[in-house]
Design a protein around this ligand. Sequence first.
Ligand SMILES: Nc1nc2c(c(=O)[nH]1)N[C@H]1C(S)=C(S)[C@@H](COP(=O)(O)OP(=O)(O)OC[C@H]3O[C@@H](n4cnc5c(=O)[nH]c(N)nc54)[C@H](O)[C@@H]3O)O[C@H]1N2
Ligand SMILES: Nc1nc2c(c(=O)[nH]1)N[C@H]1C(S)=C(S)[C@@H](COP(=O)(O)OP(=O)(O)OC[C@H]3O[C@@H](n4cnc5c(=O)[nH]c(N)nc54)[C@H](O)[C@@H]3O)O[C@H]1N2
Ligand SMILES: [Mo]
Length: 767
Amino acid sequence: MNEESKGLRVEDPTTPAGGWASVAEVTNILMDQRTVLKDSRLLLKQNKPDGFACVSCAWAKPANPHPFEFCESGAKATAWETTSKAIGADFFEQYSVRELESWSDHKLEEQGRLTVPLRYDAASDRYREVSWDTAFAEIGAALRAFERDKVVFYASGRASLETSYMYQLLARMYGNNNLPDSSNMCHESTSVALQKTIGVGVGTVVLQDFEETDCIFFFGQNVGVNSPRMLHQLQEARERGVPIITFNPLRERGLVSFTNPQSPVEMLTKKETPISTQYHQVKPGGDTAAIMGLAKALLALDDEAVQRGEQRVLDVAFIQEYTHGFDKFEAAVRACPWTDIVRESGLLQVDIESAARVYAGSSAVLGVYGMGLTQHQNGVQNVGMIVNLLLMRGNIGKPGAGICPVRGHSNVQGQRTVGITEKPELAPLDKLKEQYGFEPPREKGMNTVEVCEAMLARKVQAFIGLGGNFVRAVPETVLMEAAWRELPLTVQVSTKLNRNHVIHGKQSYILPCLGRIEIDRQAAGPQDVTIEDSTSCMHGSRGAADPVASTLLSEPAIVAGIAKATLDPNPRVDWDAWVGNYARVRDAIEETYPDIFTDFNARMWTPGGFRKPVGAAHRVFETESKRAEFTVPEELPGDPDMDAGPPALRLFTIRSDGQFNTTIYHEDDRFRGVFGSRMVLFMARGDMARLGLEQGDSVALRTPADDGVTRRVEGLSVVPYDVPEGCIAGYYPELNPLIPLWHHAKESKVPAAKAIDVLVERSRAMA
Ligand SMILES: Nc1nc2c(c(=O)[nH]1)N[C@H]1C(S)=C(S)[C@@H](COP(=O)(O)OP(=O)(O)OC[C@H]3O[C@@H](n4cnc5c(=O)[nH]c(N)nc54)[C@H](O)[C@@H]3O)O[C@H]1N2
Ligand SMILES: Nc1nc2c(c(=O)[nH]1)N[C@H]1C(S)=C(S)[C@@H](COP(=O)(O)OP(=O)(O)OC[C@H]3O[C@@H](n4cnc5c(=O)[nH]c(N)nc54)[C@H](O)[C@@H]3O)O[C@H]1N2
Ligand SMILES: [Mo]
């Protein structure tokens, strides 16, 4: 039996999201990270106009925050970053890297904060302390010797706008646009689809819209775990009688009901708010089909209204004035038979029709969604389908209505805004040229999947990681880890030890940085930074905790250190002045993006944030046709490149409430009633019976692709769960070895982590 599955305990997942269990969780993690005293004060500063922006999710931060404007997930993230557990040079003397390789993700990060810069020493197979100056000098010398297009500058989505701006400048002055980021694995499908359909790559919704909406459609996002502060908006909406219609293959606790841990009355009365009024357990990848069904039902209702001479169901005036391509879309919907819709969505026609009736009866509808839509081969099309649905009744660009992608990392949207992108057309290259007097590279850079492909082809010489855990987050784990070890140079700017450090390049450095919650003292005094939330609002963030070690550098200082050691001096870029005073970086950002960051330093503390211009929110559509575009789906199945068919089951990978991406806080998933192991498979009882499996049986999964690569994960325990037959769920990142690199969204190249055909086999460990 796999070591990780030994302690598995399964309970009936009946607790509502939030509630007393949530309070207990927060207390436990604070105690465990030995941060209890420091944190009870710290949490009060979380997401406050003069405090720090939470390092967990990107959900919007209100202008009038609750005294406790944080959630269970945010409190965990704070505790995890401000822990007093720390590791220095002595830790790395104690363990060889080979030993560390056998540690779990949890155990690696659990050691605490990294405190000193480290360089890998092959002779002793250990990381050894190195001075900052030496590290920068050696990295700079190596980078100067490499081919400019073979170096990758990856960013996870947490670094501030200031750091991100400096980082993209470093890459471009170095000579490439190889700026892949975590959104390449996440909401890139959104960025591509929304740019194409509504002329801007971000959502149109602000918090106020939740107060004015009269219906919410919720697709493939697990709010109770991944953006719990949004539960407050959903709960308030429910109290006003607003229907919430959910499409999700798995019945998620946080989408079923919620007890507000910050409401004493609710806590004492144990009152629960039911969240979803309809819950449609769509097949993974079945959302395009489901929305085709909604559109078909709407057209039928509209036909009836026309016949009876009643008010139209379609917003004909809006469609005429503001949109393009409706006729083609309508024809495609009419031609699409219900039998196909039902087969591909896994939903009944009557159920889709009942959702459509609620939609037709509402005057301001929000379309909210997450990874359940974007991480499919047809992820871009899925997002386009939500746009179609909203456009049919003019639900974009009016109060209470709009499209709301729920972003992941706390500044992932902001990184894009200040130039972290591999697509040269999305960066203001001419402006950078004028501002800094260099010739920015014009060739397209590599996104995440392309970086992986290039690594497998041994065409990458160096990988610089600004945060994140790339090798663990990407698909095709086995091949990628092998390729990673061949890289001439890897540099990781990190807060905690992770798999990306123990799987390393030939020459390798770990550069430990301050976290955003820590006080960042520079020449001009303590520094503030800024981030952008999921609703395009910019916020200031001020560190409040003493740094865990005096040896840490800030992220801007590390980026500047690498830049100075690597680039020829440029009189127009004074890296030291920027590091001394981040207000100067904000001035530079304002100069590059005058329309977005007008009066940046003055406005950064605006309560609720200041918003960047989002034309579509005012029905200004910056598409080629200057109208919002209806798009015709190319095909109904979500993942046609996965067509193994029975007996294969379709696996989708999910997050537990005990993790933030590859950071595993603990092995429990309270919401789903699973404790002590993440090596589990959630399976429908019907499939278990068919396969002759009992709860707790140990199985292996294998991906049946005939491309010569063996993809197999052993030692998974079966847990019966409310998922549709034919599909199973399991945890990311443990199941990433099963995802072929070629299985990604067509236009956005987001790895299709929500639909992987797999065969269930007997576990070798058990045989
Ligand atoms: N606590 C915590 N917060 C986080 C994170 C974390 O790991 N932990 N990660 C952050 C990041 S980077 C991101 S991107 C977000 C991720 O937040 P989410 O977007 O919620 O991502 P997931 O948890 O991967 O899965 C989303 C949901 O999609 C459902 N789903 C799976 N396949 C389908 C499908 O085909 N159709 C539909 N309709 N639903 C489907 C799953 O059952 C699950 O409920 O959260 C961010 N916030
Ligand atoms: N199968 C499957 N794969 C997926 C997904 C999925 O749903 N299923 N989701 C995808 C998604 S949405 C995403 S966003 C990616 C996530 O991919 P990444 O963003 O690359 O990974 P994280 O796990 O968020 O990175 C965690 C590490 O970041 C470092 N870190 C934390 N805070 C800071 C900081 O303030 N500064 C710096 N410099 N470093 C810091 C720590 O060292 C920590 O170990 O994974 C993707 N992979
Ligand atoms: Mo993400």
